[in-house]
Design a protein around this ligand. Structure first.
Ligand SMILES: C[S@@+](CC[C@H](N)C(=O)[O-])C[C@H]1O[C@@H](n2cnc3c(N)ncnc32)[C@H](O)[C@@H]1O
Length: 239
């Protein structure tokens, strides 16, 4: 029995009740656009939580394995799978090594809104590259590191009446404690600069093919991007 835990263990029930309680799956047009048509592909959902993107990938026709460090999150994922079987396999494991997953065994890997919650970026990305077949795809989304950096807590009312977000302490990488947080998120997350993200992908042999910064639906997210998506291709067998 593994003693691996996650900062989401205590948040699993509230997270589940907020993001996808009925198990319909992820509703994210940018994710769908970047993933494309995964019909017949073997796809890993890394840090899948309660499984919303795993269900979406399965509904699009992929054969999906979800992996996460949080047993309480996986319990929700498995209960939804038992309720409406989609053939998804859920594994308890660390994104840092993806140890249960074999080298060059996946056509695609998705990591939705999780890299900023994973303590070590470099081994995680190296593990993603390891499990991808040559030419395989990697799609990831994160809280935008430029506009939600460690000193992100404050919004200011601009003179023209629009919201502006304060970005500060951008160069302070590593764990940071949020002063203002949404109740479904842990207090500590891991900030990295944009260049760290991109250089880590490139060093692991993942070629960046697209970035996306969709306009959000809240006033402040029409002023500055809230989420950043990466789309990559594995250039060589995992290293
Ligand atoms: C914001 S949740 C996202 C969950 C899901 N991808 C979604 O979009 O709803 C972040 C997830 O990352 C997982 N996580 C954090 N560190 C991890 C690690 N080292 N290995 C695997 N999963 C991890 C957490 O347990 C949590 O389920």
């Amino acid at each position: 029995m593994s003693n691996l835990t996650s900062s989401y263990d205590e948040l699993a029930d509230v997270y589940h009740a907020t993001v996808d309680p009925d198990g319909a799956g992820l509703d994210d047009p940018t994710f769908d656009e970047l993933v494309g048509d995964p019909r017949g592909q073997r796809v890993a959902a890394v840090a899948c939580g309660q499984g919303r993107e795993a269900r979406r990938l399965a509904d699009l026709g992929a054969q999906v394995v979800g992996i996460d460090a949080s047993e309480p999150m996986l319990a929700h994922a498995r209960a939804l799978e038992a309720q409406t079987p989609r053939g998804i396999e859920y594994l308890h494991g660390n994104a840092h090594d993806l140890q249960p997953l074999a080298d060059a065994s996946f056509d695609g890997v998705a990591c939705h809104m999780a890299l900023m919650d994973i303590p070590e970026l470099e081994p995680t990305i190296r593990s993603v590259a390891r499990i991808l077949k040559p030419g395989g795809w990697f799609v990831a989304s994160i809280i935008h590191p430029c506009y939600k950096s460690p000193a992100h807590g404050d919004l200011v009312d601009h003179v023209e009446g629009t919201y502006r977000r304060i970005a500060g302490r951008y160069f302070e990488e590593g764990p940071h404690t949020s002063l203002t947080r949404w109740e479904i998120l842990p207090r500590v997350s891991y900030h990295r600069t944009l260049s760290t993200y991109i250089n880590t992908l490139v060093s692991a042999g993942l070629q960046l093919t697209r970035l996306a910064e969709p306009v959000g639906d809240k006033p402040v997210w029409k002023e500055a991007a809230g989420v950043l998506y990466f789309s990559c291709r594995a250039m060589a067998a995992g290293r």
